[in-house]
Design a binder for this molecule. Sequence first.
Ligand SMILES: [Zn+2]
Length: 148
Amino acid sequence: MIATLDLLQRAGRRESGLFWYGERDASGNGTVAFVVAPRQRMSWGKYHVAPEALAEVVQRLPPHWKPLAQIHSHPGPWVEHSRYDDKMVSSRRALSIVFPSYGRALASFPTGAGVHEWQNDYWYLLTLEQASHRLAVVEGTVRVEDYR
Ligand SMILES: [Zn+2]
């Protein structure tokens, strides 16, 4: 979680996009092993990752690592997907998580973050209770790379 917030905060007052990768177990639960910021355009209210920039990241992944979540920041407290966000999510099997206030530290993740899951043909914003069941913060080290 610290690595994720640090990468978002490094973008300053600009939205930025990141990805979590890692292994999934037989029951579908993933453990994040890699937090990466691909090459991208960033501005106060929008980020854009080109398909080639994402491909650069994916080509270097170990084959057993799957996309677990796509992350991005918003300027203020609003953490719902915009229509643009719906289009920017690269995998419907991963979660899409929006962090408020350009990645300012949260008292207790996922409180305050917007955790979205692809359900019934749209990006559904999970309730805090649902999000808490889907995500757990665990101790451990992750690989971190910043291509921006
Ligand atoms: Zn957004």
